[in-house]
Design a protein around this ligand. Structure first.
Ligand SMILES: NC(=O)c1ccc[n+]([C@@H]2O[C@H](COP(=O)([O-])OP(=O)(O)OC[C@H]3O[C@@H](n4cnc5c(N)ncnc54)[C@H](OP(=O)(O)O)[C@@H]3O)[C@@H](O)[C@H]2O)c1
Ligand SMILES: [Zn+2]
Length: 386
């Protein structure tokens, strides 16, 4: 299983602080927003906070609504999401509420941290020692592969949010701005100084919740320069895997496509020549599985291993036109179409001319090309345009 979907959740003051310097936790959200957070928790498989937040806030991190807990149980889930914390030092209070409330708990720590805590934590807490240091990728891989976590809600604090965002591991940021000031220079900030992924984040939603405002963003991944998130990469990988499932052809490319809603829900997937149709394209087949009036389409992203086609002989409309017609505003692809079958088939230009954002992640090009090797020049180098 891939890494979980990582959702960073936090509330800040108008001057950008997570807390004040006093001993009590500063309440930034109002009752309506605490209820919204409760709902997000109930929809998550696991909730993670850093050891710093455990030490300062002593949080319980429960789902408080009995109906939401009952709905989880009815859906075959544990009553409470898994609670997760991360500490290098192992400097944790064994009597903290975190360990003593809710359902399953896991601690990711160093070998030294595990040694320090040996025999101190309640017996049902799983302590996972990851060696001399704790790497976030190892934590996420373990949560996904071993614990079966698909949706991880990260509730701070600043250090943890900063690391996940900088390492390109956050899929979504849910930030609430509260109408008050902290006004202390040494209060903890949401994000510390340093290098962040370049580019603007993509705004998914803004919503007033009581007297606070919720903003939901998709962070940009580092190094791409494009607005691609960790989830974008995983979906594009899935599209490349689908391409490998196509019935072989000497006259057409093998392509995979996945359509994903703004909230990360998969809407449809398909590959070239599926269901015995000898000419159907992946994007075309995936779109055909959806109601054209589906309200999620304008916020959706089409992931396609190959750039959507701009011209084709076998159908009246090429995939780029079908995507525009469906109202989809974003396409992520691994490989620009070579001139093998059509000259200068610039699907990206067709999409861009209609205002559709096209993100190319060339680092997945080899995976997209692999099932098409027999169609490409033997050197493996294709006369790629641009
Ligand atoms: N407003 C909000 O939404 C909100 C939410 C949460 C927290 N907060 C506030 O945030 C403040 C705490 O934030 P913080 O930045 O000090 O702490 P934090 O991010 O909660 O935790 C930092 C600690 O986590 C552990 N850690 C982080 N990354 C690690 C890694 N890669 N490997 C190993 N351990 C790692 C370390 O623990 P060890 O030191 O044990 O090694 C580190 O000191 C509090 O004031 C709290 O009230 C506010
Ligand atoms: Zn096509």
């Amino acid at each position: 299983m891939p890494h979980p979907y990582v959702l960073l959740s936090a509330a800040v003051s108008l001057d950008g602080f997570l807390d004040d310097t006093g001993p009590e936790r500063l309440l930034l959200s109002g009752p309506e927003d605490f209820d919204r957070v409760d709902e997000v928790r109930a929809g998550s498989d696991a909730i993670l906070v850093g050891a710093g937040t455990l030490r300062t806030d002593n949080p319980r991190l429960l789902v408080y609504s009995a109906e939401r807990r009952a709905a989880r149980v009815a859906a075959g889930l544990p009553e409470y999401p898994l609670k997760v914390t991360v500490s290098a030092s192992g400097d944790l209070d064994p009597d903290a509420q975190f360990w003593r409330t809710g359902g399953a708990k896991a601690l990711y720590t160093t070998d030294k941290g595990a040694q320090r805590l040996r025999g101190l934590l309640p017996a049902d807490v799983e302590v996972i020692a990851l060696g001399p240091d704790v790497q976030w990728r190892a934590v996420l891989a373990h949560l996904g592969d071993v614990k079966g976590v698909r949706r991880l809600m990260v509730e701070g604090g600043g250090q943890v949010h900063t690391q996940l965002l900088r390492q390109g591991l956050a899929d979504e940021l849910q930030l609430v701005v509260a109408p008050l000031f902290v006004g202390q220079a040494d209060a903890p900030r949401m994000f510390g100084p340093g290098a962040y992924p370049p580019g603007r984040m993509r705004l998914l939603e803004t919503r007033p919740v009581g007297d606070v405002v919720l903003m939901r963003y998709v962070p940009a991944a580092p190094g791409t320069g494009a607005l691609a998130s960790a989830a974008d990469r995983r979906w594009l990988e899935a599209a490349c895997d689908l391409a490998a499932q196509c019935p072989p052809s000497r006259t057409a490319f093998s392509v995979g496509a996945v359509i994903v809603a703004a909230d990360g829900t998969e809407l449809a997937r398909a590959h070239s020549r599926e269901s015995g149709d000898p000419v159907v394209h992946a994007e075309e087949a995936a779109l055909a599985k959806l109601d054209p009036a589906d309200p999620r389409l304008p916020g959706a992203t089409v992931y396609s291993s190959l750039e959507p086609c701009a011209r084709r002989a076998s159908r009246p409309a090429p995939c780029a036109r079908l995507i525009v017609g469906a109202g989809v505003r974003r396409v992520v692809t691994a490989w620009r179409e070579p001139d093998t079958f059509v000259r200068s088939a610039d699907g990206s230009a067709v999409l861009a001319a209609e205002g559709v954002e096209v993100v190319v992640l060339p680092e997945y090009g080899d995976r997209a090309k692999a099932p098409n090797a027999h169609l490409l020049p033997p050197s493996g180098r294709v006369a790629d345009r641009g």
